[in-house]
Design a binder for this molecule. Structure first.
Ligand code: GNR
Ligand code: NI
Length: 165
């Protein structure tokens, strides 16, 4: 790895920063995406947002495949909820909140727009785990965490436990 990336852990205030759009699709963007994928695989995650490695640009990497052989890179991702009728409840984990899993409900029907590593635009309707994961990652880019969906009391307990480590 050209750059040593470390994953920020809740309640690090840097996880609350709002990431800015990517404007330059250059080699350094490709390098960061590659390093993030390497770290994501090393940590056995299915996704990683640049915010989690203290780079505050709108870049996420994902691999939801069992085989761990289908890396996906999303630059400047955004989504629209098509209908609130269909919600998906999923037990989520987060590399920035290690050791805690929480059941979180999110809209299931979304339209996703993003750019690839070369800046080309894409649009698609993801489903299932990808819908969950992409919303989890876009939350990171907006400074939002999984623990924001649970009760303040539970959140505080998790915070205290992680600060003791
Ligand atoms: O590895 C991860 N697993 C996961 C499981 C359910 C919902 C979302 C995720 S993402 C998480 C990695 C991570 O923290 N990404 O930000
Ligand atoms: Ni996360």
């Amino acid at each position: 790895m050209s750059n040593v990336l470390k994953i920020l852990k809740f309640p690090d205030p840097r996880l609350r920063k709002v990431a800015v759009p990517v404007e330059k699709f250059d080699k350094s963007l490709q390098n960061l995406a590659d390093d993030m994928l390497e770290l994501m695989y090393k940590e056995n995650g299915i996704g990683l947002a640049a915010t989690q490695v203290d780079r505050h640009i709108r870049l996420i990497v994902i691999d939801i495949s069992e085989e761990r052989d289908s890396p996906q890179i999303f630059v400047n991702p955004s989504f629209e909820v098509i209908s609130d009728d269909s919600m998906l409840s999923f037990e989520e984990g987060c590399l920035s909140v290690p050791g805690f899993n929480e059941e979180i409900v999110r809209p299931d029907n979304i339209v996703l727009r993003w750019q690839d590593i070369n800046g080309n635009e894409h649009i698609d309707s993801p489903s299932g785990l990808l819908t969950v994961c992409i919303q989890h990652e876009i939350d990171h880019l907006d400074g939002k965490l999984m623990v924001d969906y649970i009760s303040p009391m539970k959140r505080d307990r998790i915070k205290k436990k992680l600060l003791k480590k």
